[in-house]
Design a protein around this ligand. Structure first.
Ligand code: 6PG
Length: 229
């Protein structure tokens, strides 16, 4: 199925969506790709399955699309999620480029922008929030208009309400391939706004498409309910 500038793959349930995402992550890792990971709760299963499918990520690089400004050991940390469900399960770890959430947000953003340098992200994995946010780009936020930075500090517009650091729209769009993973009925409206409706700052995910590559969204049936109608 096609959405607005995005290919939509709708699978039966969250497990099938996680498995399809894991397959793509594993393939990218095998190819030695620079991979941007996402946070939230949805990707956990995909990360576990990706580690099973491809335990050798030693040729790949792991990056993050956003981070919550907490200690890396904090249970709200996006790095911690990836460490537990993916990195700690690998026989060969990728080069890990984490956003240092323990720093002041501005400082962490500047440091990460330097770390990223001219790196071309081969695969950018993203989730979306029920409000349509993506990475830590929230509806109507001023960060949506930043075009001259790759990484910025952001205010939380959603739980957990801690300061964030996020890639900007131009940095996300520069990804060679963008892959959204969306599951659950609470995402159905946001998914329609993100993938079918006209782009709008009210739905940040609607603004994210690969500038010169493929954009794919893997959804479970519940998340696709408002699109399939
Ligand atoms: C974050 C994320 C965020 C996430 C969505 C979906 O740090 O919160 O990277 O953009 O992908 O909020 O999160 P869930 O999977 O928890 O619904």
């Amino acid at each position: 199925m096609r959405g607005r500038d995005v290919e939509l793959l709708v699978l039966d349930d969250a497990e099938a969506a996680a498995a399809a995402t894991a397959e793509r992550l594993a393939e990218a890792a095998r190819a030695g790709a620079e991979i941007a990971l996402t946070g939230g709760s949805t990707p956990r299963r995909a990360y576990e399955l990706a580690a099973e499918r491809e335990p050798d990520w030693s040729r790949a690089g792991a990056w993050w699309g956003d981070e919550r400004c907490v200690d890396p050991a904090d249970e709200r940390s996006n790095y911690r999620l990836a460490r537990e469900s993916l990195l700690d399960r690998l026989a060969g770890r990728p080069a890990v480029h984490r956003i240092r959430g323990e720093l002041e947000p501005e400082e962490a953003a500047e440091e990460y922008e330097r770390e990223l340098g001219e790196t071309r992200l081969d695969l950018v994995l993203l989730g979306i929030g029920p409000d349509g946010h993506v990475a830590s780009l929230f509806p109507e936020a001023p960060t949506l208009r930043v075009r001259d930075r790759k990484v910025v500090a952001a205010q939380a517009g959603h739980e957990p309400f801690v300061p964030r650091v996020t890639l900007t729209l131009p940095a996300l769009e520069a990804g060679a391939e963008i892959l959204f993973l969306v599951s659950g009925a609470d995402k159905a409206e946001a998914a329609r706004r993100a993938f079918v409706d006209e782009p709008s700052e009210r739905t940040p995910a609607s603004l994210v498409r690969a500038a010169s590559g493929a954009t794919l969204a893997i959804l479970d049936r519940a998340a696709a309910a408002s699109i399939e109608k």
